[in-house]
Ligand binder design. Structure first.
Ligand SMILES: [Zn+2]
Length: 270
């Protein structure tokens, strides 16, 4: 989802609930610090875009600290703003790794992050809610605090339960040619030959990642980068590989960024 949509939804929700809307505004864009920041420090800590920052962990940890060391109002405002970001991103194809460090991404798969219909829907919904603040406030007061809390918790729980059932990544079998033509971001399963010598980078925070390209018969190429742990097989030039991961055109070159699995079909070390 676009930053403007996140910011507006965070601000609106906290404002109509009589909370701290400045905290709501900023907490709603905070998860995307992993993409706003170009510092390699952030990439190392948070992994690829939509890693750690898009999970329950920071939401619960920061809310806990704010409630205990600042005050409840700021804590709850933060919770509403930050969780609105996670919920909105879960509507997009790319999904969110809700239970990070588990790497399953949950998604309602309604469109891409930049899908204008999806963004406009939430922008207009926010404006509608802002214009009807008084009516909503009255409805909330009429419900009473216990019932209101019950409704809010039910919505949050239902969202997470639906995500858990609905979720998981759906990998679409496709070709490099089709990817380059048709998609902005999509989970794919794809075969190719490793056609550039893999480069390894180890950061001072211990993560090692590997970058290489795969090519198809027509020499169309695609960049792949993945974090390596001890159990990963490193690939070699000219290996035939099958890769499951998230394809995106969001960066300078079309890439597979979030990599779930690399299978070496034919080992060509000669
Ligand atoms: Zn995000």
């Amino acid at each position: 989802m676009q930053e403007i949509t996140h910011a507006l939804v965070g601000l609106t929700l906290t404002y109509i609930l009589g909370l701290d809307f400045i905290v709501g505004f900023f907490s709603a864009i905070l998860p995307d610090i992993d993409v706003l920041s170009n510092l390699s420090f952030f990439n190392t800590i948070f992994g690829t875009h939509r890693g750690f920052t898009h999970s329950l962990l920071p939401l619960l940890i920061i809310t806990f600290f704010l409630c205990n060391f600042k005050n409840k109002r700021v804590g709850v405002s933060f919770f509403i703003g930050y969780s609105s970001h996670l919920i909105l991103d879960s509507f997009t194809k790319m999904g969110i790794p809700l239970f990070f460090p588990l790497k399953t991404y949950y998604s309602f798969n309604l469109g891409t992050s930049s899908d204008p219909n999806l963004n406009y829907f939430f922008i207009f919904l926010s404006i509608f809610l802002l214009l009807n603040k008084k009516t909503i406030e009255k409805a909330i007061t009429d419900l009473g605090p216990t019932k209101t809390r019950f409704v809010v918790y039910s919505i949050i729980c239902l969202t997470f339960i639906t995500l858990a059932f609905y979720g998981g990544i759906y990998y679409q079998e496709t070709t490099i040619d089709n990817l380059l033509k048709n998609n902005e971001e999509v989970y794919v399963s794809i075969e190719g030959i490793v056609c550039s010598a893999p480069k390894y980078h180890t950061t001072k925070y211990v993560n090692t990642f590997e970058i290489f390209s795969i090519c198809d018969e027509k020499n169309k190429s695609l960049i792949v980068w993945r974090f390596l742990n001890k159990n990963n097989n490193k690939v070699n030039l000219y290996d035939k590989v099958k890769i499951e991961g998230m394809f995106t055109k969001a960066y300078k070159w079309p890439e597979i960024t979030y990599v779930k699995n690399v299978e070496i079909i034919e080992n060509n070390r000669c």
